[in-house]
Design a protein. Structure first.
Length: 148
């Protein structure tokens, strides 16, 4: 089975983490996840996150270090989900490519129906003391950058 590379943005603001709810029209409707998406051919993971956050939530983000990576198999695909620390640089959050978004305290994660790989990823991210300051690198959509 082919491995699909997928990215996830871990955005922290006021000690809360951003989650996005999947819409009714696609895979896993109504489930919660870290925002992000599939890496396109010729695109780095950082470029993918910058593009996805603009397309799906209308914001420009700075992409920082990779926090964790999880491989997970669904019945029809195998994904490699990499989480990166991100910071909102510009824009206001909008629900363009998602049904809703929410800011969640770390102790509230159990209240959300996260997709299985996102739940595993959250466990790994939590071990890294997520809420500390991490150096960020700005990657704008359409510009090349190093693959973090």
């Amino acid at each position: 089975m082919e491995i699909v590379d997928v990215t996830a943005a871990v955005v922290v603001q006021d000690k809360k983490i951003l989650l996005a709810k999947r819409g009714d029209g696609g895979r896993h409707p109504g489930r919660w996840e870290f925002p992000g998406g599939k890496v396109e051919p010729g695109e780095t993971r950082a470029e993918c996150l910058a593009r996805e956050m603009m397309e799906e939530m209308g914001i420009e983000v700075s992409v920082g270090e990779r926090l964790a990576e999880v491989e997970y198999s669904y019945s029809d695909m195998h994904i490699r989900l990499a989480a990166f620390k991100c910071e909102i640089r510009e824009g206001c959050l909008q629900d363009i490519g998602c049904a809703a978004h929410v800011w969640v305290k770390p102790d509230e994660f159990e209240d959300y129906n996260l997709l299985p790989p996102d739940r595993i990823l959250w466990g790994q991210v939590l071990k890294r003391d997520l809420l500390t300051t991490i150096k960020l690198t700005t990657i704008k959509p359409g510009l090349s950058g190093r693959d973090l």
